[in-house]
Design a protein. Structure first.
Length: 465
């Protein structure tokens, strides 16, 4: 049917571009599988056809084969660095499938970048959280190729400023020279003047600046520090990096009720508040005082007093108090395991905070139907679940729980399995849920989504048939 690699490549691109926004999971998956087959056949004819190579890499990621995608990406990186560093697209169809072409607005704009740029940016975007060493390796490469790439400039600048290196302001000043109102760059500079430029700190800012970031129709109050993971990610990427954010956008509906355990400054809390609206509610449970203050500011600035309800406490398997261990980055704050506490002396550096259970919180609110619970409790997820069995048995909410520490993810899944839950990972590219068994073996995903069989109808559009 097709005689040249360019024709195979174009056929794959057209197949993906023809997908409608409301295409089903099965339709999307079939299209990507067929496109991948086309790009593979093209590469069989010409193993060095870079446009097909780039598109095959992204197709593998979309279809869930992350290890193979990055294996191919690093192989292409070696080829481009050793043999074809200056190779550029010669026409619009040579652009990678994930690039939103500006050809119609600016003819020949695509010739600005080399394939090495596109590959470096793809790896930086997908390899991990923006501040990880491997991601920064490729954000630096992206920025070295194109200093006008705003996201790369923000990533490089914030990394330098987080190390108290004042030269991080150079990329920020460049962005502001092109757009003096660039909101993310303005906020980065405001933090830098407070946190990095020590001689300006007392003269210009007698107190820490109040920072607000436009997020999900809210004015989200951020911790004014580059040590804050949420601040760094949002100011670099403009959105939170976890795929489950996309799941929540698809799942949540007006009138639903949500509990966010380990809310930090409210990335999930305020996304949920926007989605459930004034007829729904969000309960945010967070033990870190500075994060609670940020959420209080967001609630006030966004007029969400009747939707979001804060509880300054940690969640666990019993009520009382517990020791909170505070880290430099608040997302890593954790509570001590009471079983381990009994075997050692209390940590003088810790802070005693209130401890609540999901059941006690639920009962205090009149035992409403709960539709979604997100739990990020830094290794205490299984204890949080154990303290909410009455709620879970009554409401069968969908549960998103952290899986970064596999033994804890496995322990959490075992508790939920006894309550009849099944487990899934989420593919944001396909809007697809895939069944997994974390209670039996570790999974690679950062988060697991637990769904009770009685509620599978609520996510039927995310299942392939």
């Amino acid at each position: 049917m097709y005689s040249t690699p360019d024709e195979w490549n174009q056929a794959g691109i057209e197949l993906i571009r023809s997908l409608s926004a409301d295409a089903s999971v099965s339709t999307r998956q079939s299209a990507w599988e067929e496109a991948l087959s086309l790009w593979r056949r093209s590469l069989a004819k010409d193993p060095r056809h870079v446009p097909c190579w780039l598109n095959r890499i992204h197709a593998l990621l979309v279809l869930g084969d992350r290890p193979r995608a990055f294996e191919d990406a690093y192989a292409l990186l070696e080829f481009l660095c050793t043999e074809a560093a200056g190779l550029r697209p010669s026409k619009a169809i040579d652009l990678p499938i994930w690039v939103e072409s500006e050809v119609s607005a600016r003819p020949n704009a695509y010739t600005k970048h080399s394939y090495l740029y596109y590959l470096a940016r793809w790896i930086a975007t997908h390899i991990g959280v923006v501040y990880s060493p491997e991601a920064m390796r490729f954000w630096n490469l992206t920025y070295s190729i194109d200093p006008d790439d705003e996201q790369a400039a923000l990533a490089v600048a914030i990394e330098l400023l987080s190390q108290k290196k004042i030269e991080g302001l150079i990329p920020i000043n460049h962005i502001l020279s092109l757009d003096p109102t660039h909101r993310q760059a303005c906020l980065v500079k405001e933090i830098a003047l407070w946190e990095v430029v020590s001689q300006v700190q007392t003269a210009s800012f007698p107190a820490q600046p109040d920072l607000y970031f436009d997020y999900e129709n809210c004015r989200l109050s951020l911790e004014p520090s580059f040590s804050s993971v949420v601040t760094r990610v949002l100011l670099t990427q403009g959105e939170w990096f976890e795929s489950e954010i996309s799941f929540c956008k698809h799942f949540l509906r007006p009138g639903m009720n949500v509990i966010d355990v380990g809310a930090n400054v409210g990335v999930y809390t305020f996304l949920a508040a926007h989605r459930v609206g004034p007829t729904g509610s969000v309960i945010a449970i967070e033990p870190t005082a500075s994060c609670v203050r940020c959420m209080q500011k967001t609630i006030s600035a966004s007029s969400l007093e009747d939707v979001v309800f804060l509880i300054e406490a940690a969640a666990g398997d019993h009520e009382g108090t517990i020791q909170l261990r505070e880290e430099r980055a608040s997302v890593f704050n954790s509570v001590d395991d009471p079983k381990q506490m009994s075997e050692r002396e209390p940590n003088d550096d810790g802070k005693i905070v209130n401890l609540v259970t999901l059941d006690s919180v639920w009962r205090s609110k009149g035992e409403p139907q709960i539709d979604l619970i997100k739990i990020d409790a830094e290794s205490a997820e299984d204890r949080v679940i154990s303290g909410g069995k009455e709620l879970l048995s009554a409401s069968h909410p969908v549960i998103i729980f952290e899986n970064k520490r596999s033994p804890i993810g496995t322990a959490t899944a075992k508790v939920l399995e006894l309550l009849g839950y099944e487990f899934y990972t989420y593919n944001r590219f396909l809007n697809k849920l895939t069944r997994v068994k974390p209670q039996q073996y570790p999974i690679a995903a950062s988060n697991t989504i637990a769904i009770h069989p009685s509620d599978l109808g609520k996510v039927a559009d995310m299942m392939s048939v």
